[in-house]
Design a binder for this molecule. Sequence first.
Ligand SMILES: CC(C)(COP(=O)(O)OP(=O)(O)OC[C@H]1O[C@@H](n2cnc3c(N)ncnc32)[C@H](O)[C@@H]1OP(=O)(O)O)[C@@H](O)C(=O)NCCC(=O)NCCS
Length: 189
Amino acid sequence: MQAHDFKEIIIRRSTLEDSESFQRCLDTVARERKWLTLLEAPNLEEVRTFIPKLSVQFVAITQGTVVGWCDISIPRKRDGFCHCGVLGMGLLPEFRRRGLGERLLRATIDAAHANGLSRIELEVYASNHAAIRLYERLGFAHEGRRRQARILDGQVEDNLCMALVLAGQDPPYGPASFSCRLAQNAASS
Ligand SMILES: CC(C)(COP(=O)(O)OP(=O)(O)OC[C@H]1O[C@@H](n2cnc3c(N)ncnc32)[C@H](O)[C@@H]1OP(=O)(O)O)[C@@H](O)C(=O)NCCC(=O)NCCS
C-alpha cells in the first residue's frame, strides 16, 4: 500500500463484500500475538457468517482495503442482557497513533447506542497502554482484573475488564430489552 493520506480514510459500516479484506486485516493484527485473544483470523466462511450476527461493525477503508475495524456483538441474547454488547477493534500497525481508532470507536458506540445498547464491555490486556488510554478517554471505566489470564510466548498477561455505561440516555428505539432483534443484522443495514 502507498503512503497514506489519513484524511482520505473512510469510516463506514461494513458489508459482506468487506469480508475478505476484513479477514486479512484481522489476521494481520491477530498474528502479532499481543493484542487479541485470536492468534489468527477465522476462515473466510466463518467470517462471512459472523459479520451479519454482529450488532454493529464499522471499518476503516483506504484504497478499497480494510485497514481497521471496530465491532460490537451481543453474546447473551437473553432477557435482561440484550442491552450489553462486547467490543473488539484493531488497526493495521501502520495506521495506528493517528486518531483512526478514536474515529472508529466513536462511530461504533453511536451506532450501538442507536441499536438500543446501553452497556458496552471489553477486555484488554494490561500491557496494551494505547488501547486502555483510548477507552478511558471515551469514558470506559475499569471494572476488574483477570489475573494471569494469558500466558503466551513466555509473557504473563492480566486482562482488564472495562465497560462504558450509557446511563441516563434513553435508547431511541425503546427499551433495551427489546433491542436484540434490532441489534441483529444492523451490520448489513
Ligand atoms: C488500540 C488501537 C485500536 C488504538 O487506535 P489508535 O488510532 O492508535 O488510537 P488513538 O486514536 O487513540 O491514538 C493513539 C495515540 O495516537 C495519538 N494520536 C491521535 N491522533 C493523532 C495524530 N493525528 N497524530 C499523531 N498522534 C495521534 C493519540 O493521542 C494517542 O496517543 P497516546 O496513546 O499517547 O495517548 C490500535 O493501537 C490498535 O489497533 N492496536 C492493536 C489492536 C488492539 O490493541 N486492539 C484492541 C484490543 S482490546
